[in-house]
Design a protein around this ligand. Structure first.
Ligand code: WQD
Length: 339
């Protein structure tokens, strides 16, 4: 089937393109390359032997979105990754985030509404839960007032999709609430390519280990957790990519229970920052230079998924361990820096 992947040159998008191709789908990538590189096309091709069709344009240009869908009438589904995703930046640039993350979603849904049948997978985030009252977090946990415009765009996005599916019976959608994606494809042909100083933990760890950063700052060790550092659910990006394919197949094969569903996508295991550091050191036989500093504003104490719904309804489960994910991140970092 022909599947559109917006943001398909990005970290999670590119890994999902590979898994879609591995499952026999024809992939068309839309990306404006604002936070990605066309070089990623080569990486995808080196893995699967298939170069996806690629169209470079900005989804904020409604006329271009309309023109694209007019030219690709045989689309079976869309997986929508394209969005701005830096929590801190969203606080400084809220309108940029609301335009880029919401307007583009609306334009795509407007096109899908016109079709006789369409499947839509939305890239959401565990950030919608804020600090959950209960752990592990189930899909029934309340969505909390967003701590950032970025998080709010994910909440609003889910509501827009839900309301659209309610009145559009031929449109079926799934929101996947990611926990913390990490690692890289085992081939080291694709991986995370943060632009500038990494905001996320794992790329900062690998850049410190390779000598690009002097020292990792651990944001706080006085949390009410076993070792005092915050806990997250770190999921290998290939496991996450595979979740997108099984979610899409669920819709394409009409196995969905409702025409709008939500799934948490994590490992179900919480790991503290210090545990991630230890895992990295063990998996890579390196010693990491880090120091403990003050907490980062907006961080939650702990977030990890209850994955029973995805395990049961999607028949999907994360396979890779934290050590495997950290080792893959390191292999990728070494490859990128050797170029
Ligand atoms: C993880 C842990 C930090 C950096 C965010 C978004 C989420 C998703 C993933 C987009 C926290 C600590 C981090 C560092 C540190 N984004 N940390 N030193 O904040 O859980 O989630 O990124 O899809 O929506 O909210 O991920 O990797 O930034 O932080 O100590 O230099 O590592 O305090 O406890 P986070 P993260």
């Amino acid at each position: 089937m022909k599947i559109i992947v917006t943001g398909g040159l990005g970290f999670i998008g590119s890994h999902t393109v590979v898994e879609l191709q591995n499952n026999g789908h024809e992939v068309v990538i839309i990306d404006n390359c604002s936070n990605s590189s066309k070089e990623v096309l080569k990486g995808i091709t080196n893995i699967t032997g298939i170069t996806p069709i690629f169209e470079e344009f900005d989804l904020r240009e409604k006329s271009k979105v309309n023109d694209f869908f007019n030219r690709h009438q045989d689309i079976a589904g869309v997986i929508h990754f394209a969005a701005s995703k830096a929590v801190g930046e969203s606080v400084k640039e809220p309108l940029l985030y609301y335009e880029n993350n919401i307007a583009t979603l609306i334009y795509i849904l407007q096109e899908l509404q016109k079709k006789d049948k369409a499947s839509f997978i939305f890239s959401s985030s565990c950030t919608v839960y804020g600090q959950a009252d209960e752990l592990p977090i189930t899909e029934n946990a309340p969505v909390k007032p967003a701590e950032s415009p970025y998080g709010n765009t994910k909440q609003i996005g889910e509501e827009i999709i839900r309301d659209t599916c309610k009145i559009t019976s031929h449109l079926k959608a799934i929101s996947l609430r990611y926990f913390n994606p990490i690692g890289a494809h085992p081939s080291a042909e694709i991986g995370e390519l943060p632009i500038g100083v990494p905001q996320n933990l794992v790329p900062f760890i690998t850049q410190t280990a390779i000598g690009l950063r002097d020292q990792l700052s651990v944001f706080g060790d006085t949390y009410p957790t076993p070792d005092g550092t915050a806990i997250r659910d770190y999921i290998h990006v290939v496991d996450l990519a595979k979740a997108h394919v099984v979610a899409l197949e669920r819709l394409l094969q009409d196995k969905n229970k409702d025409n709008y569903e939500v799934f948490n996508v994590g490992t179900g295991v919480g790991s503290s920052v210090l545990e991630v550091i230890t895992s990295f050191e063990k998996a890579t036989n390196t010693s990491l230079n880090y120091k403990i500093v003050d907490k980062r504003e907006g961080d939650v104490i702990a977030a990890y998924a209850d994955t029973h719904k995805a395990n049961h309804d999607l028949g999907w489960k994360a396979n890779s361990s934290l050590d495997e994910a950290m080792a893959s991140a390191w292999t990728w970092e070494q490859k990128v820096r050797s170029k």
